[in-house]
Design a protein. Sequence first.
Length: 581
Amino acid sequence: MQGKDCVVLMPTGGGKSICYQIPAIAMQGTAVIVSPLISLMKDQVETLRANGIEAEALNSSNELNADTIIRRKCTDGTLKLLYISPEKLLAEIPYLLRNIKISLFAIDEAHCISQWGHDFRPEYTQLNILHQEFPDVPIMALTATADKVTRRDIVKQLGLKDARFFISSFDRPNLSLMVKRGYTSKEKDQYILNFIKARPLDSGIIYCLSRKNTEKVAKYLQSYGIKAAVYHAGLNQRERSQTQELFKQDDIQVVCATIAFGMGIDKSNVRWVLHYNMPKSIESFYQEIGRAGRDGAPADTVLFYSLADIIQLEQFAKDSGQQELNRDKLHQMKEYAESGVCRRRILLNYFGEHMDHDCHNCDVCENPPRRFDGTRYIQMALSAVKRTDEQIRTSTIIEILKGIPSPTVKRMGYDQLKTYGVGKELSTNDWQDYLLQMLQMGFIEIVYDQQNIVRITPSGEDILYGRKTAELCVIDRKVKEEPKVKKRLHLEIPTITIPGLPPTSGQEDPKLFEALRSLRRQCADEEGFPPYIIFSDKVLHSLATIKPTTLEQFGFISGIGEHKKQKYGQRFVALIQKYCQ
């Protein structure tokens, strides 16, 4: 608001939009918001309008008449926020933008401008023209994920002048963090089914590495009566938009998606995010789990990963144009997944933030991993590698250890080795898990440019020749149990004083919450808005706890402004009155 450039770093769901929306409302003129996706613009505009604020989006999906009306609003000064794509922005500089008063430029998802960012987009690179054409208009760059190298590059690429950095905490304490290692596809499917059945009313996203997996998982869930849909780049625009709209309206419960899905969704009541495969970087992972719990209410995240994931992602990194950078990012992701210390501390440390205590809301804090002396098993596997001159892949190691006479084993004479069949008491899954642990501990390495053969490292040789011992984690694969739903779904509402009501006890009425949710859906259907735009889940939790019975009391609830109080207050208060009677 002082006319200076700035860079805003906040986690997904941390409130980035507020940082430019409030200045836009307070300042003279129209704020121009550069956004990468039409669906994201649509969400933001709907939310602003629902709060009584003049906002529009200028993009390729508009009809000619709509564009004419938007241009008129800009020139007469009634429009406070104009959302626009990078391509449309560049096209409009000589025409519309030069003829209106611009209060500020906000570049959303600013990491897209940097080649070091995890989602580089060429169309963003021309945005440095803004300071050349509009030298007196301040620019705000916003992103949820940017390491120090990316931050410096954002400033350089946009030509920001003496930019001040505003970095909020990346901690999202409402998100629980859990990792499941070494599950087979069948075990993952069973766990996910149980997980969703335990949360029958909650929306969620399942991220997969491949399109094929999204379709397989969605089909599996549909066969059990769960409303699931797919979202990936192989679908046409109409199909993707339809999935997104159905999800926003709560007409489907689950979206099975590749990383193509996410930036365009501002849905605040996503209650869980599962990763069917391990993501390629902590930035990607953090942005994707950030889709959950944007309203601040509790949400769950689960990451599955396996040896196959790591081999595939290493291959992706090797084939990319930035092999060293991408392998380094993948290594940090592996460290997070394999950690034996508080996972939240690892995430925050990655973004340069340090926490001096454990979070008590991740699986490591709640159930520290149990370990045992695994030297004997490690020596068995390393012996198989050594006796084959370090020329075999992980699958062949397991075949030798279990005594499986596969074509490769027979052809190469590996069934004559001393190690053939020494580990038959363990299952194939267990051996895959132990090999993964050995990889993580640095006892073996996979040579990705030599058909993924396994080599023994110097520290692995110390174990093989008995110079050192090593521990392995106990394998925990309790997929047959129903995943436990923690009693965190009912929020602890802080004590507040509302005229005419006693201080809140913090106890929510779950039946009232469901009644309020039904009324919210009814209002949303009438207006054509997604339900979460009417009120967030967090607001409904507060209403079900505090139970305001007058319009004045209703207006004291956090998250209800004057506009929504006047628009919806009578209906919600009437429901609460009736319920309390």
